[in-house]
Design a protein around this ligand. Structure first.
Ligand code: PHE
Length: 380
């Protein structure tokens, strides 16, 4: 008689073999602020990531488990808010089964999603989150950018040594990890170089603050010769405007959070001459950058900014690592990322023990409404 139990084992093995060789979809998630007070960050990041994915797919995709597969990118909007980032990340992991996440952009959002990725063992590469704590969530968490202890020091050094500043003032959002972290480093370094912090003014919630005049008035009374604004572009453009309105006219510096066309659109003449640290200059003459800039222009009809470039690099990190380990198995993918060395458009990338790349920063200056390259600062 035919006994179905007898064939269970061989069928099981056969199924297992079939499923090993099965087509496996390569899905990578992007968690970006596509709307909200940092929306240009999200739009640029999405475009940068998409360009990297399209280039890989134009070459036929990536070989995984012996089969060449196209890559599918899925984007979720975190609206610039940690709770939204949390939901976006959960969705990508449990609903869409992504093998890795490119995101988030704002440090506070990366801090919200890093523990989720870590416990789900989904490698996360933040393209742009510079706060020191982001990669401390665990060994599945990487980033494509330099960190704020470096970035804050770059501007402190530039202000003290290049601009000759000795009396610096700071105005920052104390409810945001990025702004707080940068302000802290700047203070420490500027003081270490021999300067004095003559005013240290805070506000809360830059997305909803419209009036900075109380803080700026205290700053003016302290007679600073430099003002550090380590916030995002929308708030800092208004801060520079209102500073001029109360007669506070002095050199101003900021961080990578200024990299948006909106800085000039909002601040106009009031942001002229201001300088900020950044990850990328489209005027870089390296071949890899020139090719990227020209492909990006052809595709999107605009120049790439730091966000687009970093998201492009983060996507390349993930896809190159998948190609190298030829599997989507989480530990193998994590180890492949860890061991990677990649010539990115934002510089050469290899990871240190804390999964941070060691990279140079550039200083850019707003001149005639454009970002003009000033100098490159190598890591210490
Ligand atoms: N570094 C910012 C953060 O951590 C994000 C950012 C990166 C913004 C690059 C602009 C350009 O929140």
């Amino acid at each position: 008689m035919y006994d179905p139990r007898k064939i269970i084992v061989p069928v099981g093995i056969a199924l297992a073999l079939v499923s090993c060789a099965k087509k496996q979809e390569i899905v990578i998630g992007g968690v970006f602020p596509l709307s909200g007070n940092a929306a240009t960050f999200g739009q640029s990041s999405k475009q940068g990531m998409q360009l990297a994915v399209d280039q890989v797919n134009a070459r036929g995709g990536i070989l995984v488990n012996g089969i060449k597969e196209p890559v599918r990118a899925l984007y979720e909007d975190d609206e610039g808010q940690p709770e939204k980032a949390n939901n976006a990340c959960q969705k990508l992991i449990s609903r869409d089964n992504v093998c890795a996440i490119n995101g988030a952009v704002m440090s506070k959002n990366s801090l919200a999603i890093a523990p989720i990725c870590q416990s789900a063992r989904v490698p996360m590469v933040s393209p742009a989150s510079t706060n020191i704590k982001v990669t401390e969530a665990g060994d599945y968490i990487f980033r494509a950018c330099f960190i704020d202890p470096f970035q804050g020091a770059v501007m402190a050094r530039y202000a003290y040594h290049q601009l000759g500043a000795r009396r610096a003032a700071i105005i920052f959002d104390n409810g945001n990890d990025y702004n707080k972290g940068l302000a802290e480093v700047f203070k420490q370094k500027f003081t270490q170089f021999g300067g004095t912090i003559v005013a240290d003014e805070a506000f809360t919630d830059e997305a909803n603050t419209v009036d900075f005049k109380a803080q700026l008035t205290s700053i003016k009374a302290a007679k600073p010769d430099f003002l550090y604004c380590p916030n995002y572009y929308a708030a800092d453009a208004v801060i520079m405007k209102q500073a001029h309105e109360i007669g506070l006219v002095l050199p101003v510096g900021g961080g990578d959070g200024w990299d948006s066309p909106e800085l000039v659109a909002i601040g106009k003449a009031d942001v002229e001459g201001a300088v900020f640290s950044n990850h990328f200059s489209k005027d870089d003459t390296a071949a890899v950058v020139r090719n990227f800039v020209s492909e990006y222009r052809t595709t999107f009809g605009a120049d790439p900014d730091a966000l687009a470039s970093l998201a492009y690099d983060a996507a390349s990190i993930i896809m190159t690592a998948i190609g190298q380990c030829a599997t989507l198995q989480p530990e193998k993918l994590r180890d492949a990322i860890k061991g990677l060395s990649l010539k990115g458009v934002t510089g050469a990338i290899t990871f240190d023990q804390k999964r941070n790349p060691i990279k140079s920063a550039v200083i850019l200056k707003i001149q005639n409404g454009r970002q003009v390259y000033v100098t490159t600062v190598a890591p210490e």
